[in-house]
Design a protein around this ligand. Structure first.
Ligand SMILES: *Cc1c(COP(=O)(O)O)cnc(C)c1O
Length: 378
């Protein structure tokens, strides 16, 4: 394809920083670059603690472990999300209980959460689709009244805010992704954010194979040993070095993406006004990060035609999630509470367009032109 759906971000300093890590003779986890990344995350989000992890999937697994999720515990979440939001809890015997989404933001419908609460409910796992925040005030209020933890899947939401607060640092735990499809990336990587210090001591233990090696390195204990169940969730310094180069450039990268987003949005205003497509909605209290630009076609058939048309013109668009409750594992390990009014219907007509830091204006104009042609509006 001439215009791909995604191109992994690369800004120029990454290899130099990897060389520095190699020369420092410290390439396993938790060296200087990891510390810089952790600090950047704390500075930019206001979280009490942040730790790089090997992925967002692993950060979510860590969250499930830290919350003490056990066999039969229920976790309320949207079905329109990536598998890891659910899988991390299923691995601990938890049962995802899906509720419907809102069609405007594709996020969990906060008004349908309370009816899904049972005496086995332990947590609400929200996911901020496209970096646009869920209704966090309402969700935190429900959680507080029912004594539930809130885990934010903020994989797509770095640099995003809700009423001025950083996504990922509002719930008890928040998880970021630095996969190559995300705004900042080191190939595979993630982070866990902690709003307060409730989980801080335990987090460094479970992330270091269940040992207190972190305390040992800080000189707080004179040998390290097995303390608790845990795993190997800390990334190598090589990944952290690559990522830190992008953290330094994050505002510039974000500004470019937001510009591309605004250009798509403006270009498709006429199609939207004519009722041919729908464009994304950004609620007033949300600042997003242009993680994605999507449009909604009338239905699945019209979307299939547009995908074919763009592919024929060497452009690669992408549909998105198959709702988890209708997938093979979802049928076995989870249930849907209430009506699926929007989840399936909206998932079948949403189409994501090419969006990446190095997308040129010329290539974007080509994408816009072809979409308009498909709708006989060029
Ligand atoms: C990308 C993504 C993940 C997984 O991130 P990894 O770092 O690849 O594990 C999880 N949830 C959502 C919503 C994502 O977009």
């Amino acid at each position: 394809m001439r215009i791909n759906f995604n191109v992994p971000p690369y800004t120029g300093r990454e290899l130099e920083y990897i060389r520095q890590a190699v020369e420092a003779q410290k390439i396993c986890g938790d060296g200087e670059f990891t510390a810089r990344c952790n600090k950047w995350l704390v500075d930019r989000t206001g979280a009490k603690e942040a730790l790089l992890t090997t992925s967002c999937t692993h950060a979510t697994e860590m969250s499930a472990l830290l919350l003490g999720i056990r066999e039969g515990d229920e976790i309320i979440m949207p079905s329109y999300t990536f598998v890891s939001t659910a899988n991390a809890f299923v691995l601990r015997g938890g049962v995802p209980v899906f509720v419907d989404i809102r069609p405007d933001t594709m996020n969990i419908d906060e008004n349908r959460i309370e009816a899904a609460i049972t005496d086995r409910t332990r947590a609400i796992a929200v996911m901020h689709y496209a970096g646009v925040a869920c209704e966090m005030d309402a969700i935190m209020d429900i959680a507080q009244r029912h004594h539930l933890a809130v885990v934010e899947d903020a994989a797509q939401a770095i640099l995003c805010t809700y009423k001025g607060r950083a996504l990922g640092a509002i719930g008890d735990l928040g998880n970021y992704s630095f996969h190559e499809t995300k705004n900042l990336s080191c190939g595979e990587g993630g982070a866990i954010l902690m709003r307060d210090d409730t989980y801080a001591d335990q987090a460094v233990i479970v992330r270091e194979k269940g040992t207190n090696r972190t305390l040992y390195r800080m000189g707080r204990v004179d040998k390290y040993s097995w303390i608790a169940p845990g795993s190997s969730w800390l990334p190598s310094e090589l990944n952290a070095a690559y990522l830190y180069a992008q953290m330094e450039m994050a505002d510039e990268m974000n500004a470019r993406r937001l510009r591309l987003w605004a250009q798509y949005h403006e270009a498709f205003a006429d199609l939207a006004d004519a009722g041919k497509i729908e464009r994304p909605t950004i609620p007033a209290e949300c600042v997003h990060n242009a993680h994605m630009y999507y449009i909604k076609c009338r239905d699945e058939a019209e979307r299939a035609g547009l995908i074919r048309y763009l592919r024929d013109h060497d452009i690669l668009p992408a549909s998105h999630y198959v709702p988890l409750h209708s997938a093979a594992a979802g049928l076995r390990y989870s249930r849907f509470h209430g009506e699926d009014e929007w989840t399936t219907r909206e998932s079948l007509r949403l189409l994501r367009l090419p969006m990446y830091y190095t997308l040129t204006d010329e290539d974007q104009e080509e994408v816009i032109l072809r979409v308009k042609e498909y709708y006989h509006a060029a």
